[in-house]
Ligand binder design. Sequence first.
Ligand code: CA
Length: 242
Amino acid sequence: MQLVEGVDKMKKVLVLEDEEAIRGFVVLNLKRAGYETIEASTGEDALVLFDQNPDIDVAVLDVMLPGIDGLEVCKTIRASNQKVGIIMLTAKSQENDKVAGLMNGADDYVSKPFSPLELIVRVDSLYRRVQLMKGNAQENSDEIKDGPFILNTKSRRLEKSGKKVEVTQVEFQLMRHFLENTGKAFSREEIFRKVWSDNFGGDRHKIVDVNIRRLRLKIEDDPSNPTYIQTVWGFGYRWGNE
Ligand code: CA
């Protein structure tokens, strides 16, 4: 084995998939794209490997598994780690799994069957976001303040009334977009293009709605009656602070 000099760190991806052929195909393509891969065929194994490899940048999790399913794995990983990027592999027919994955803290999903290019593009884009979040974690400056909220754009830390709110990459981007544009209404399409990559192939309106719903659970005083992220009926959302 050759030693790599300098700052060149391996980009690590966990691949959880019980079907050997699909797992092999995903791993092969990730390796070609320059990633180091860690493979798991059960959710139980994935959680052990995740604990043993705290430097995993992105986790690709299949939903349908024989033991604990990918949604449960996603939830467990998210409970202890907000920084890792998580992509769910969902069956095209299982619309509910996509929403459940996002509600459990996944950043993105890819529907089966998918092309290797599609998956790599999504892993790349999530990996870049994770790196931004990690790289900026120590610096501090650039605070955006609004009402009880302070969003630090360097450390990517969100506080509400002095208490830290754990947010994922996507949620951070959403908060930033809203706090930089308070009072302005944005369509779902505009929000989508601001936060997600244009290559995203899923249902854009749904992914925006689900992520807004999840963010509201974290930041609103009463998520069923939101006052910060307000719905603009038939259009999209607006950050209101009055
Ligand atoms: Ca499966």
